[in-house]
Design a protein around this ligand. Structure first.
Ligand SMILES: Cc1cc2nc3c(=O)[nH]c(=O)nc-3n(C[C@H](O)[C@H](O)[C@H](O)COP(=O)(O)OP(=O)(O)OC[C@H]3O[C@@H](n4cnc5c(N)ncnc54)[C@H](O)[C@@H]3O)c2cc1C
Length: 303
């Protein structure tokens, strides 16, 4: 119920305006967002690298309404690759297709993605296309396959709450696509997605078993100790090396678990979001864990 309400509120432009201009809530966003500037994201990336973890940088933004905004986002991503190279960071980039104009035109969006993927390839780096709500899944999978046919520098994300995910994985693997597996962060109806945590988790475990032996380097993105333990157990049983996949977690979530995995010799990548447009991302993080709302309320009343 609380999750549904928070996900609905994440689409409210009015609330977004209030929350992102309020000093107290802006400060609280730092729990999950590295800052508003690229410099702050680079500092966070450096500290993750120093702790033995790779990162993926995401300049927050989604559902742009003009081509100019999408082109500005493209320019930001191009500059991020330049900066990663200059700073010699162990970092790649994640972005959302609706930030690059998917709602405006698939062809236009694909042109921008292609130019970002080419920049990634020029640096021997990588572009991860995040997965958004299910209305975008088909277009995202199709676009990623077309770009992947041109360059290996692109991969995408599959969500274990969707019924279609097993078939999407087979499809994307046939293009040699690297996949990040997550549970899924949006509110989806029962005709497209599992509704119970047990079903989403069971599917997650099945999909891990499809991905790990596929011969491509995938990301297992979760903070769920049960999913992580099962991945570790199954990979060891199948003699899949710790270097053949990576765990991925979000900036600010379960830091102790991130560090423990590094200590145990696993590859770990931290997703570091930054930028002004942090409201929908922040609300999805609150929706994932009701206790996060208590943290926000306590801080609001204290201020
Ligand atoms: C690197 C990365 C990239 C992602 N990319 C996408 C994407 O492209 N598309 C998409 O739909 N979703 C994405 N997600 C979000 C994902 O789909 C889930 O919503 C999110 O990871 C929570 O699921 P979980 O696997 O951690 O398991 P859950 O069962 O939700 O959580 C397990 C436990 O982890 C802890 N936890 C989980 N989330 C939080 C939080 N926000 N704050 C504090 N504790 C928390 C809690 O203790 C919880 O009990 C991504 C997640 C990660 C880690």
């Amino acid at each position: 119920m609380l999750r549904t309400t928070l996900l609905k509120l994440s689409e409210s432009k009015g609330l977004a305006n209030w929350v992102t201009t309020n000093g107290v809530t802006r400060r609280m966003s730092h729990r999950f967002v590295a800052g508003e500037s690229l410099d702050e994201a680079i500092a966070a990336a450096r500290s993750c690298n120093d702790a033995g973890m790779a990162v993926s940088l995401d300049c927050l933004g989604e559902n742009v309404s003009t081509t100019a905004d999408a082109q500005r986002a493209r320019d930001t991503y191009l500059a991020i690759y330049d900066r990663i190279a200059k700073e010699k960071l162990n970092a790649n980039v994640s972005c959302k297709l609706t930030q690059l104009g998917l709602d405006l035109s698939v062809e236009f969006c694909e042109g921008l993605v292609m130019s970002i993927a080419e920049r990634a390839a020029a640096y021997d780096n990588f572009l991860r296309i995040d997965m958004e709500g299910s209305v975008y899944t088909q277009r995202t999978v199709e676009l990623v396959k077309r770009v992947r046919a041109q360059t290996p520098a692109v991969g995408t994300v599959i969500q274990s709450y969707l019924y279609r995910s097993e078939s999407d994985i087979h499809d994307l693997l046939s293009y040699g696509c690297r996949i990040r597996l997550c549970k899924g962060a949006y509110k989806e109806p029962p005709d497209v997605a599992f509704q119970s945590k047990a079903d989403v988790d069971n599917n997650y475990v099945s999909l891990v078993r499809l991905l790990l032996p596929s011969g491509f380097y995938h990301g297992i993105a979760t903070h769920d100790p049960r999913m992580i333990a099962e991945t570790i157990r199954w990979a060891a049983e199948k003699k899949i090396s710790k270097d053949d996949f990576e765990f991925q977690m979000l900036y600010g979530v379960r830091t102790y678990l991130q560090r423990r995995l590094v200590k145990d010799g696993y590859q770990v990548r931290i997703y570091i979001p930054f930028g002004n447009d942090w409201f929908p991302y922040f609300m999805r993080r609150l929706a994932e864990r009701p206790a996060n709302v208590g943290f926000i309320l306590r801080n609001l009343f204290r201020s």
